[in-house]
Design a protein around this ligand. Structure first.
Ligand SMILES: [Zn+2]
Ligand SMILES: [Zn+2]
Length: 308
């Protein structure tokens, strides 16, 4: 049984929050691990509204320092302090974020109740930020007006489950079992061979989720998330505003769909919508002309990471 791997959208709007939509934030759940990607202004309200386990978040990843992606961070960190959080909190974000946080708490004369560990991200290629026994989180560069990274969460291959009836037929040494569960064939000292596929069930396919917060259209970036199962990609504008998209280092819905197609993604979740569109159905329709398995991200909805 694979652990839950899902994303809950807390906000998906760009620039000024309007039409009941909020700035970017999303919670990733992997088994018992909870992560936050970006932390727009309303994040702590949205965490409460959607009962998204805010107190369990162990790590926060900030894509870049435009206000619509991090202005909720100080508030959330303050609430953790007021609720006497003890668990350490890790934050990964661009250069300057540490200074912003430290400056606020210095001038508010706050000594946090928990340890805050900050790590600076870089836009130099793909970097593994977090190694969990079951998954990794990596950053990769995006093309925006200021240093910006996307994030990809990739499930690791686990150990194969043994076929118990086969073991009863011919008991194996602990060493053999360890090898077979890793998917490696085994040969004992008598020269007898045991094949992993005879003794173990096949592994469930590993799942992956990529988050592209704000970026200009750049097909070369798809190398960082090739074959991803679920791609959240910004789609700030419709095609009629493609010039504006280029000028502001954002994408249209059609460009987001082209990226999903080039990357060989299984499913595309659109987000970071401009406040000029109260109704997003036409924007979705544009994306679906290129990549049919596109959906609008919706606040409060949890999307499981699909598998083949
Ligand atoms: Zn933005
Ligand atoms: Zn931005």
């Amino acid at each position: 049984m694979s652990p839950e791997f899902e994303v809950t959208i807390l906000g998906n709007t760009s620039s000024i929050p309007m039409h009941g939509r909020n700035h970017t934030a999303q919670v990733i759940r992997f088994g018992q691990e909870f992560l936050l990607l970006d932390c727009g202004e309303s994040t702590q309200h949205q965490l409460q509204k959607y009962k998204a386990k805010g107190s369990k978040i162990s790590t926060i990843f900030i894509s870049h320092l435009h206000g619509d992606h991090y202005l909720g961070l100080i508030g959330l960190l303050s609430s953790y302090h007021l609720s006497k959080r003890k668990d350490p909190l890790r934050i990964f974000g661009p250069r300057g974020l540490d200074e912003i946080i430290t400056t606020h708490f210095r001038w508010s004369q706050t000594r946090l109740s928990y340890a805050l560990e900050f790590t600076e991200t870089t836009t130099e290629g793909k970097v593994i930020l977090l190694e969990h026994p079951q998954f990794t989180v990596s950053s990769f560069p995006l093309e925006h007006r200021i240093p910006t990274t996307g994030f990809i969460i990739q499930e690791k291959e686990g150990l194969r489950s043994l076929i118990k009836s086969k073991l009863l037929e011919s008991p194996l040494s602990l060493e053999a079992i360890q090898q077979l569960r890793l998917g490696k064939d085994y040969q004992d000292t008598n020269g007898t061979s045991y094949s992993a596929k005879d003794y173990c069930y096949p592994l469930a396919p590993v799942r992956s989720y990529a988050f592209c917060s704000d970026t200009a259209f750049n097909p070369s970036l798809t190398a960082y998330f090739e074959g991803v199962d679920l791609l959240y990609h910004e789609s700030t504008f419709m095609e009629s505003e493609s010039l504006r998209a280029t000028e502001t280092f954002h994408c249209t819905a059609i460009q987001a769909a082209q990226i999903a197609k080039l990357a060989g993604a299984r499913k595309l979740l659109l987000g970071h919508f401009s406040s000029r569109y109260p109704d997003l159905n036409e924007l979705l329709a544009e994306a679906q002309t290129i990549f049919p398995n596109s959906s609008l991200s919706e606040e409060g909805i949890t999307y499981p990471i699909p598998t083949s």
